[in-house]
Design a protein around this ligand. Structure first.
Ligand code: NG6
Ligand code: CA
Length: 506
């Protein structure tokens, strides 16, 4: 038998210490090389809806804490003033107006993202990540004529997500069920689901004809099938047991998001957590009903804020906060009356969901697309406020840089240093989109070309940005876009037009 010398014992000891440390690190996940990435995405949350962005009448302590732990961007944009195009741009890094189908989709729309298109989750997967989406999808499912009673494909799992737990479109659109990895959750095969956006199913009540069945009244546009006493857009029959409970949606998505983290904390993961608040119908859990004093719209923001607090607590408890980059934003600006009577306008008081900006959801004015935009990474990002000009479009290329991938999105700028607070050199320009109309921001200037159509959408009471002439605003002096400088400054207007045409044509 050979004697083990002192040196060898030391070497073995050193090696085992190393092995234990390595094992511990991979178990805890906190020191893996690749950081986790989480995108927390709100639906219709306005620039002024968050405490750190100036809200004083509404408390959002968890969103504030997240923003104060990292970078609060004051010039952060969604690509668009509505949901589907913004989500398309976020995931693909491509301007949504390059795809003529990137409009607010019905629940029966086919998958909008091509299965061969690059997406954030695909890029992350190629870089060794496991990927998941929990929450609102609204990017279409299937390839036309979906049979909701079989595997629904293609969908999120075919454009890069290993795991998906989603609602198909919006809370106000059928089908009102959750879909997990392509299958409707809790579906009873003896009660199949049928969905149609043109015709009702015989004998089924509607919001239009059966007001006596409603517990929430519609104001405009929501008068088809009734689910849980709430009239929706589109007709649906069957699937009784599978229908979601509106008041439990926030808890359901939160639980799935937490579960995803717990299950995947030992591998690098990308999670797209897409909350449904404060989109209509606003249905806070009874724990939150009445808490804001502003009616359901305020209550669901308080609810979402709590969810974010719980979610953050989970990251912390699981020991992965130091290894997780969190990006928080919203898909478009705020709207009060989006088709239901829920007192959002009447009970607003002094709250200004749009902050100092003009317009709101659907608008080419700033409040349509400029949204809360926060990055946070404990120990890696120093707290600050950044005026750098960034867009959700830029996440694909920037996250690619983060994970060592050479993939770039077609309209996505690599701004990782900006997102991590090492640089303030953001975008030069961005084409803004609102319901298929486009405008240009370049530097501190915004140019809106002439558009037909009403100046104000009276139903939602929002200025859309339409005008018969060119509009030109200098945001540095006029953040609220009150002084049109198009006539006063024809050179600037021409310069803006040239860039606009170049980007739009390219
Ligand atoms: C509109 C709906 C609105 C909302 C929106 C989509 C009507 C009259 N209005 O068509 O309530 O659902 O679509 O919002 O039907 S988004 O945030 O998903 O883009
Ligand atoms: Ca939205």
């Amino acid at each position: 038998m050979k004697l083990i010398t002192g040196n060898r014992i030391q070497a073995i000891l050193r090696l085992s210490v190393l092995l234990v440390v390595a094992g511990f690190m991979s178990l805890g996940g906190f020191a893996t090389e690749k950081p986790n990435v989480v995108v927390i995405y709100m639906d219709d949350l306005g620039y002024g809806d968050v405490g750190v962005y100036g809200a004083t009448e509404l408390q959002t302590p968890h969103m504030d804490k997240l923003a104060e732990s990292g970078i609060r961007f004051t010039n952060g944009y969604a690509s668009s003033a509505t949901c589907t195009p913004s989500r398309y741009a976020l995931l693909t890094g491509q301007y949504p107006w390059r795809n003529e189908n990137a409009k607010i989709l019905p629940g029966t729309a086919p998958l909008l993202i091509g299965t061969s298109q690059m997406t954030i989750p695909k890029m992350m997967k190629e870089a060794g990540y496991t990927t998941g989406v929990v929450g609102k999808w609204h990017l279409g499912l299937g390839s036309g004529n979906v049979d909701w009673n079989r595997k629904i494909t293609p969908g999120p799992n075919e454009v890069g997500f290993d795991y998906s737990f989603v609602m198909a479109a919006t809370q106000d659109r059928v089908p009102t069920v959750y879909i997990e990895n392509g299958y409707v959750v809790g579906l009873d095969e003896n009660d199949p689901i049928q969905v149609d956006y043109q015709h009702n199913f015989e004998g089924e009540p509607t919001g239009k004809d059966n007001p006596e069945l409603l517990r929430v009244q519609w104001e405009h546009g929501h008068f088809n099938s009734i689910v849980n006493g709430i009239p929706r857009i589109g007709f649906m029959k069957g699937g009784e047991k599978a229908k979601w409970k509106d008041e439990e949606m926030a808890d359901t998505f939160l639980e799935k998001a937490k579960e995803y983290i717990r299950k995947n904390k030992n591998k690098p993961f990308f999670l797209y957590y897409a909350l449904q608040q404060p989109h209509v119908p606003r249905t806070p859990h009874p724990r939150f009903a009445g808490t804001s004093g502003m009616g359901p719209r305020g209550d669901v923001i308080v609810e979402a804020d709590w969810c974010i607090g719980q979610f953050m607590e989970t990251l912390e408890k699981e020991g992965i906060l130091e290894n997780t980059l969190i990006i928080f934003s919203s898909d478009n600006g705020p709207v009060l009356n989006d088709g239901y009577y829920d007192g959002a306008e009447m009970r607003l008081g002094d709250h200004t969901p749009w902050g100092p900006l003009r317009g709101g959801k659907y608008s080419l004015f700033e409040a349509g697309t400029r949204v809360p935009f926060v990055t946070s990474w404990k120990g890696k990002i120093d707290p600050m406020v950044s005026e750098a000009f960034v867009c959700q479009l830029d996440l694909l290329s920037s996250l690619a840089e983060l994970v060592g991938s050479e993939t770039r999105g077609p309209d996505s700028q690599e701004l990782l240093d900006v997102l991590l607070g090492k640089s303030k050199e953001g975008r030069e320009e961005l084409v803004l989109e609102a319901t298929s109309r486009t405008a240009l921001r370049k530097g501190n200037w915004v140019m809106i070309p002439p558009y037909d159509g009403p100046a104000v959408n009276k139903q939602v009471n929002i200025e859309l940005g339409n005008s018969s002439g060119f509009q030109l605003y200098n945001l540095e002096e006029d953040l609220g876009q009150r002084k049109n400088l198009a006539e006063e400054n024809p050179e600037k207007l021409q310069e803006m037009l040239r860039v606009f045409e170049k980007v739009r044509g390219g």
